[in-house]
Design a protein around this ligand. Structure first.
Ligand code: NDP
Length: 271
């Protein structure tokens, strides 16, 4: 049946189009960015206009991601830095600030696992995981707060983990990732008055080299390990690095300007 009267409209179409560039003029450091979640975060920030320091253990490891960003029209530099070594972190931060004149965003992503049941875990495995996953974040935040406080602006996003709630065979990793949440909440209090927000992202099972190594350790193919994990996850699948990167990018953006001291779980609904 024909309508009683016609619907009218007035269309507005921009001549120049709209360019969305959330991170224009922003400079970001992403640690452990040669692969996995860090690489996805570096790509995401760069795609939205940030200049990204792709940081990993060696410059060679970091270079392919930086080159990929540049090839896609973005801006990136590759920097070698062991985030567990204070002198490396100091030098890396100074390099970024000297080169670009600012440091707006820090994504503390580098991390390792050394899984073992408590009775089999040597102290060296405890130390390695606490140092690389937690002390590194203290060092990077310590170095970054100088330029951020001076500028009255900063965004820090730390990678925690669902394992912070407890995970068999991960006493070192769980303790470090729970520590990340305490560090995050405390730095939000200390740095908030200077315009710096500090948040954490706690992923569940994400398809990366880290979880592939876990699968190998328990004698399974990555696909079978993921299939079994997915049975326990409400969304019935494991996550992708880009899905974590989206949440990191939100917390690093001005859209999250009143969010600080939070840990956001990105785990497909698992409790
Ligand atoms: P990957 O192992 O795939 O990537 C981590 C990157 O960090 C690697 O490139 C690694 O280099 C680098 N790295 C390790 N140690 C250092 C160091 N001392 N200095 C600089 N770079 C270093 O990990 P994911 O992408 O899976 O994980 C990223 C973060 O997310 C980690 O903090 C992890 O704990 C966390 N996470 C991951 C989950 C997952 O399911 N994948 C779940 C929950 C949290 P190299 O390879 O040379 O060692």
């Amino acid at each position: 049946m024909a309508p009683d009267r016609e619907t009218t409209e007035t269309a507005f179409v921009g001549q120049k189009g709209i360019t969305v560039s959330r991170f224009a003029d922003r400079v970001a450091v992403v640690t452990g960015a040669a692969q996995g979640i860090g690489a996805a975060a570096a790509r995401s920030l760069a795609a939205d206009g940030a200049t990204v320091a792709v940081v990993d253990l060696t410059e060679d490891r970091a270079r392919p991601v930086a080159e990929e960003i540049a090839a896609a029209g973005g801006s990136a530099v590759a920097i070698g830095c062991d985030v567990a070594v204070e002198d490396d972190v100091t030098a890396m931060t100074a390099h970024v600030v000297d080169r670009f004149g600012r440091l707006d965003i820090l994504i503390n992503n580098a991390g390792i696992t050394r899984d073992n049941l408590l009775f089999k875990m040597p102290a060296a495995e405890w130390d390695a995981v606490i140092t690389t996953n937690l002390t590194s974040m203290f060092l990077c935040c310590h170095a970054a707060q100088g330029p951020m406080v001076a500028a009255g602006y900063g965004r820090i996003v730390n990678l925690s983990s669902r394992s912070a709630l407890g995970a068999r065979g991960q006493v070192n990793y769980a303790a470090a990732k729970a520590g990340v949440q305490g560090l995050t909440a405390t730095l939000a209090i200390e740095l908030g008055p200077f315009g710096v927000t500090v948040n954490a992202v706690a992923p569940g099972y994400i398809d990366t080299a880290m979880t592939a190594a876990t699968a190998r350790r328990v004698g399974l193919e990555a696909a079978e390990h993921q299939r079994r994990a997915a049975e326990q996850i409400p969304l019935r699948r494991v996550g992708r690095p880009a899905e974590v990167a989206e949440v990191i990018a939100f917390l690093a953006s001005d859209a999250a300007s009143y969010v600080s001291g939070q840990t956001i779980y990105v785990n497909g609904g698992a409790r």
